[in-house]
Design a protein around this ligand. Structure first.
Ligand SMILES: *[C@@H]1O[C@H](CO)[C@@H](O)[C@H](O)[C@H]1NC(C)=O
Length: 370
């Protein structure tokens, strides 16, 4: 009985059996219940004629150490200031300079939540989709006003993207009514449509539900001709357009497929939208989306062990007025959540980084793929 070999053996066996047993029990009792997506994600249909797959080459960082996860960017060309929302609740003002290192960062106003999407109005007001607080308006005198944080009793849990039309209507998304920002990856792994897309009329203070059952509703952009509003769904890797005027008024149709998970989208002039991509569609994601139990395992690991690194080959996609992709910029080690154009540079925000990144796409352009 006191044979040391057998006791060492049983110790070793125990060391193997115990974690397996714990994992099996966790798998049984864990209520997380991922489902199949309504469509098979197929990226073979996304053909982009030009690309730059090494976007980090020649890139520069702006405001390093003064910005904690700058998610979205809004630019005021008059003052040359970029507004961005950070993890610590601060909306920061970044005065951009031709020289990246001479850009100046200052605290502007703290929402007390987690500001994500933001849009600057002509009168200096900022409209903010705050993940924790809801839809906010900040006056140029820094007064914060909550516009709305629920619809018909169902609270927003992850207010995410926003844009404002010329008539003043605010279009915005709640990525999930179920998971807060810190559990965003769980919403995506679950594969259920917890997202909604709304409009808000500031004159009547009325909120209108435009679309529900969306798969992580994210970025929003009003078309320059004011005919439609684009909104993106990260999980389904696509953006749709909702017609607000014209013969198709009220209908929704596909705008574009995205080679990865779209985040914020911005119209940047000259017939171009920039769609930020958090992560490309990797073989791992493809596998996980085909098998819900893999996503359950991934969720358990995320919840109890460690955050899984899921982002790879993020960047941004250039899309024309018709929704046709014209250029794809990415890098193996990049994850972006917003992209805007200032002069020759693209300035990009990321929830992952302590800085804004800028890219000189004239010097490092996307080149024809064939
Ligand atoms: C850029 O920064 C430098 C150094 O701080 C400053 O002297 C210069 O005026 C700035 N340029 C612009 C266009 O703001």
């Amino acid at each position: 009985m006191s044979d040391p070999t057998s006791s060492r053996f049983s110790t070793r066996l125990f060391a193997i059996v115990l974690p397996v047993a714990v994992a099996a029990i966790l798998f049984q009792i864990e209520p997380f219940d991922p489902v199949m997506l309504p469509v098979r994600l197929d990226q073979s249909t996304v053909v982009v004629p030009t690309r730059n797959g090494h976007l980090r080459v020649g890139s520069e960082v702006v405001g390093k150490g003064h910005l904690d996860g700058p998610e979205d960017l809004a630019f005021d060309p008059q003052s040359r200031v970029v507004y961005t929302g950070c993890e610590d609740g601060w909306i920061k003002r970044v005065t951009v300079n031709d020289s990246a290192v001479d850009s100046v960062v200052e605290d502007w106003v703290n929402t007390g939540g987690r500001p994500l999407g933001l849009t600057l109005l002509h009168n200096g007001e900022l409209i903010i989709a705050d993940a924790g607080k809801g839809l906010l308006r900040v006056s140029s005198e820094k007064e914060i006003e909550l516009l709305v944080d629920e619809f018909e009793g169902l609270k927003f849990k992850l207010t995410d993207g926003v844009d404002v039309a010329e008539d003043g209507t605010i279009y915005f998304t709640d990525a999930s009514h179920k998971y807060p920002l810190k559990d965003a990856v769980l919403d995506i792994l679950e594969g259920k449509p917890n997202g909604r897309f709304f409009s808000y009329n500031p004159a009547t203070k009325k909120t209108t539900l435009i679309a529900q059952n969306l798969y992580f509703a994210n970025g929003v952009a009003v078309s320059p001709d004011q005919q439609f509003v684009v909104f993106c769904e990260s999980t389904l890797m696509r953006c749709s357009k909702y017609y607000v005027q014209g013969p198709k008024k009220g209908s929704i149709e596909k705008f574009c497929d995205v080679p990865g998970t779209p985040d914020n989208i911005h119209y940047v002039g000259e017939g171009q939208y920039l769609v930020a991509i958090f992560t490309a569609f990797t073989p791992e994601l493809d596998f996980a989306f085909r098998y819900p139990f893999i996503r359950k395992v991934a969720a358990i690991v995320t919840k109890y062990v460690v955050n899984l690194p899921i982002s790879k080959n993020g960047g941004f996609l250039v899309v024309d007025l018709e929704g046709k992709p014209t250029a794809h910029y990415y890098d193996p080690k990049l994850s972006l959540t917003s992209a805007i154009k200032i002069g020759n540079h693209i300035y990009a925000g990321s929830i992952e980084y302590p800085f804004v990144t800028r890219f000189d796409i004239e010097k490092y352009p996307a080149l024809p793929t064939v």
